[in-house]
Write a protein that binds this ligand. Structure first.
Ligand code: FES
Ligand code: FES
Length: 155
């Protein structure tokens, strides 16, 4: 099918298989491999992207469903947002192997769009679908709590 949507701020028109997962479309067709492939059954959160500023598991969305939508992947986050967020996570010991980190960042960004000053419980709930086998979650939650004190410009 012919598909029109916005990807990382750019208007695109592409030919796509409507039943393909958004995850496979991003990785295979768009070569955006920052979105990670974990379980492919909606349970690990490694594939999280934003659709219309909401965090979703891209393995659970079919490409045919994104017509007219705005899709944001880890590659499309502006430096003004990504650099302070990465810095907090790195300095806070919230990144180890890094496999979960892109999905975690997208889930956190989805939360910050909804609520720029989340408390620890709100952060915990926002990332409870994002599995991390390395860090435990406290470092991630603490890093995001600290982040809201600094200037992050969301557009
Ligand atoms: S790969 Fe999508 S939730 Fe695990
Ligand atoms: S840092 Fe390794 S899975 Fe989260």
């Amino acid at each position: 099918m012919r598909l029109e949507f916005k990807l990382n701020g750019r208007d695109l028109t592409v030919e796509a298989e409507p039943a393909k997962s958004l995850l496979d479309f991003l990785r295979d067709d768009m070569k955006l491999t920052g979105t990670k492939k974990g379980c492919e059954i909606g349970e690990c959160g490694a594939c999280t992207v934003l659709i219309n500023k909401k965090a979703v598991n891209s393995c659970m969305v079919m490409v045919g469903q994104i017509e007219g939508c705005e899709v944001l992947t880890i590659e499309g986050i502006s430096g003004e947002v990504l650099i302070p967020l990465q810095g907090k996570l790195l300095n806070g010991g919230a990144v180890q192997c890094g496999f979960c980190t892109p999905g975690m960042i997208m889930a956190i960004l989805g939360l910050l769009y909804e609520n720029p000053a989340p408390d620890a419980e709100e952060i915990r709930r926002a990332i409870d679908g994002n599995l991390c086998r390395c860090t435990g979650y406290n470092q991630i939650i603490k890093s995001v709590e600290e982040l809201r004190l600094s200037e992050v410009v969301l557009k």
